[in-house]
Design a protein around this ligand. Structure first.
Ligand SMILES: O=C[C@H](O)[C@H](O)[C@H](O)COP(=O)(O)O
Length: 298
């Protein structure tokens, strides 16, 4: 019975008739169709057992890091998302679990949400999950923004932009009454740079990337790397048509608020991946499914 339940979810099934008694599915292993008759109450019990079975298997299939991301995302969505809200949707791999959970809750609770994307990826996620897509033109004030991060320090200062989406992410977060962050424990640091070694992403106007690189180097040192495409020749081009410099800063505890402001004053810098004083709370998932909630240490 359990195996048939699994096939039912994997390959899909049809429940036939208004007063359903016939169940038809497709065997996963031998691709044969089958149909059986069950009295309606038993069928309902069977289908709900099938859901539990599928959920269990789906979680078992996740790696420890993915389980941690999912745990953080689900708890954040369950704790913070209420009906009739405008929600900013971040980018990256962790936000995928948040959007999945949002979509489940919208279906189960009939929530009325409008989702504002922070990237092309986020827009696609919203559409794929049949959520209502909005924008800042019609919804300039957002109730809650949810996003991932590359690193979080004890002041809840973040490094973001590992996926190149920092600028729109910062705009959306800046329009939100609350900004919450979801990540796995590999991102949880005392000070920035302790765990995330790729550097602070800085989005720049393409024609200015060399002078910007020189100015940051002469002021602070470290190394500035023009981010290159993986399946594309040449540099990564952001959703806004710009380049990204990853600044591998010298490993010391720095005044990030001050540095962020100084970087933004360099002509040609569009935005930095430093998010200072923006996050309200960080949900840090662990692989055993538990979640640490990180608030500012001072
Ligand atoms: O540009 C990408 C974003 O800032 C992501 O939120 C960040 O890189 C974290 O991504 P992930 O959830 O995949 O670790």
């Amino acid at each position: 019975m359990a195996n048939i339940s699994w096939w039912w979810k994997v390959k899909g099934c049809e429940v036939l008739g208004r007063r359903t008694k016939i169940f038809r599915g497709c065997s996963f292993s031998n691709r044969e169709y089958f149909s059986i008759k069950l009295p309606r109450p038993r069928l309902i019990r069977w289908i709900s057992e099938a859901y539990k079975d599928v959920e269990l298997r789906r979680n078992m299939a996740l790696t420890p890091v993915e389980s941690a991301k999912k745990a953080a995302a689900c708890l954040a969505v369950d704790d913070y998302v209420k009906d009739n809200k405008i929600i900013g949707i971040g980018s990256g791999s962790t936000i995928v679990y948040a959007v999945e959970r949002l979509s489940e809750r919208v279906q189960q609770e009939n929530l009325k949400l409008v989702c504002i994307p922070t990237s092309f990826q986020a827009r696609q996620l919203i559409l794929q999950h049949n959520l209502t897509l909005g924008d800042l033109e019609t919804n300039p004030s957002i109730d809650l923004a949810i996003d991932g991060a590359d690193e979080v320090d004890n002041d809840l200062t973040l490094i973001k932009g590992g996926g190149g989406c920092l600028t729109q992410e910062k705009i959306v977060a800046s329009c939100a009454k609350e900004f919450i962050v979801i990540c796995d424990q590999g991102k949880d640091s005392m000070i920035l740079g302790e765990k995330y070694k790729k550097g602070i992403p800085i989005e720049v106007i393409p024609m200015a990337y060399v002078p910007i690189r020189n100015k940051i180097f002469s002021r602070y040192g470290g190394e500035l790397i023009l981010r290159m495409g993986k399946a594309k020749a040449g540099p990564v081009v952001t959703d806004n048509g710009n380049f990204i410099l990853d600044w591998q800063f010298p490993q010391v505890s720095l005044d990030w608020d001050h540095i962020n402001k100084e970087l933004k004053m360099i002509p040609g810098v569009v935005e930095t991946g430093l998010f200072v004083g923006m996050a309200t709370k960080v949900f840090i998932g662990r692989s055993d499914g538990t979640v640490k909630e990180k608030l500012k240490s001072r």
